[in-house]
Design a protein around this ligand. Structure first.
Ligand code: SF4
Length: 470
């Protein structure tokens, strides 16, 4: 590997030459193109993959037709997510057939779920790599370049990629994901994640804090700590000192008061008052929690193996609102899970009425092969009922979101500038602590991405606040 390359990779790592998408052929002999699907964890993993490929002489490109290696980092959470990947692969067919040297690889949860079967089902694919096997990419690519299709889908009980500094892809230079743990020990009956991402393991706390400190020094002003269930973060170092999520959050908050901290995803069974009090203690820990509920009915929650009841969830929301009164709250809801009755669906609607979430991710149940629900429960709620119930949930949520955003009119929020608004480069956009997007005129002031400003809100939709700087 050339000295230049080492030097550039180091600079990239130090953020000085933040131009990973360079076209200078003297720097990277080969090009890779990566597309990420699904959750934030996958986008964060793609940056780990970019780092591993950089050290192998691959530079990223945004034009897949010129790439030597095309990678899809896939999601398997619903049937639709997998169909999206299959359709996308077809788009590569023509170019792949005319560029024999081009390799196509699939990463992530769908790769892990299908394993070698992916190669049988999708002839275009040359390599299949699971979420815990990215370190083996260089050797797999070498194998594949010699004409042999390759697979590595071994799951690990240790792997956290703690020593690999992600290469930030397509970021805004202000916010970055920092993965703090991998896998999940909860066995929700509808979920593929425990099968595609393996058992839970927490990353070395020091490496997390160092990564956040480096990001701050590189000019980032916000980090999102990522895990399938951040509340079960639990790392014990060589001296036997254990760090759980509350203390980790505090240590990251102490990096700098100018570094905002967000985290995702919380679990109602594990979120503690300690975490809530830590959030209340530090202004730079954002007052926003994503707390998936999935259903508002206790029998269905038990059928989902969510390990909490309706009453427990409502109690957690009450704790959040009493310790952090202005905390933003969002959730996940599934309609039409196996055997769900109309009354039980009504329980979900009534829970949403009580919680009044600011935002929610809402889907109808999609049976996933290999999950406990697929093996044991009949997917017996009709598509028609699933759709109608989902529509009722979405309509209710849209009303609550509109109310929540409208209630912010007249208030003033501290906003972190993330960049130009999508609609007009005369406007800045950025989020408040509650994770709501705020759009406001630049007003000719010498501001830049990463600056904090105060904005008074004068109008709102169900997803955006508009205001003026004060
Ligand atoms: S907590 Fe449940 S839904 Fe979330 S990743 Fe784990 S198994 Fe899946």
């Amino acid at each position: 590997m050339t000295e230049t390359l080492h030097k550039v990779v180091d600079e990239l790592r130090q953020g000085e030459a933040y131009a990973p998408f360079t076209n200078d052929p003297n720097i990277f002999k080969k090009k890779f193109y990566i597309e990420s699907y699904g959750c934030q964890m996958n986008f964060s993993d793609s940056e780990i993959v970019a780092s591993i490929l950089h050290t192998e002489g691959f530079g990223p490109t945004r034009n897949w037709e010129e790439a030597d290696l095309v990678l899809l980092n896939t999601c398997s959470i619903r049937e639709k997510a997998e169909q999206t990947v299959r359709n996308r692969l077809q788009a590569f067919r023509k170019v792949k057939e005319n560029s024999p040297g081009m390799l196509i690889g699939v990463l992530g949860c769908m790769a892990e779920r299908l394993k070698a079967k992916f190669l049988e089902e999708e002839k275009l694919v040359d390599l299949v790599v699971g979420p815990d096997a990215y370190r083996s990419l260089p050797s797999l690519i070498a194998e594949t370049e010699s004409g042999q299709k390759s697979v590595n889908v071994l799951l690990s009980r240790e792997e956290t990629y703690a020593d690999i500094s992600p290469v930030r892809l397509d970021g805004n230079g202000v916010s970055a994901f920092v993965s703090i743990m991998r896998g999940c020990n909860n066995m929700c009956t509808f979920c593929v994640v425990p099968f595609t991402r393996g058992r839970e393991r927490s990353r070395n706390a020091e490496s997390i804090i160092n990564e956040c400190r480096n990001l701050f020094e590189e000019g980032y002003r916000e980090v999102t700590l990522l895990g399938q269930n951040v509340d079960s973060y639990d790392y014990t170092n060589a001296d036997g000192v254990t760090v759980t999520f509350g203390p980790l959050l505090e240590q990251v908050a102490l990096v700098s008061p100018l570094l905002r901290i967000r985290f995702s995803t919380s679990h109602p069974k594990d979120i503690t008052d300690d975490v809530l009090h830590t959030m209340a203690k530090y202004n730079n820990i954002c007052n926003y929690i994503h707390l998936p509920v999935q259903s508002g009915n206790t029998r269905i929650l038990q059928h989902m193996n969510r390990t909490y009841t309706r009453e427990w969830y409502l109690h957690k929301v009450q704790r959040i609102r009493s310790i952090i009164p202005d905390c933003g709250l969002s959730t996940d809801v599934i309609s039409g899970f196996c055997s769900e009755t109309e009354e039980e669906h009504q329980d979900t609607l009534s829970l949403m009425e009580l919680c009044r979430f600011d935002m929610a991710y809402m889907f109808s149940y999609s049976e996933r092969p290999g999950t406990l629900a697929a093996r044991r429960f009949a997917d017996d709620v009709s598509e028609e009922d699933k759709k109608r119930r989902l529509t009722e949930i979405i309509n209710l949520q849209n009303g609550h979101s509109r109310e929540s955003y409208t209630a912010d009119i007249g208030k003033t929020f501290e906003v972190l500038i993330e960049g130009d608004s999508k609609r007009s480069d005369m406007d800045w956009c950025g989020r408040n602590s509650q994770n709501k997007m705020v759009v406001f005129p630049k007003g000719g002031l010498p501001l830049k991405k990463g600056d904090y400003v105060h904005v008074t809100i004068f109008s709102a939709t169900s997803a955006t606040l508009r205001g003026e700087m004060v």
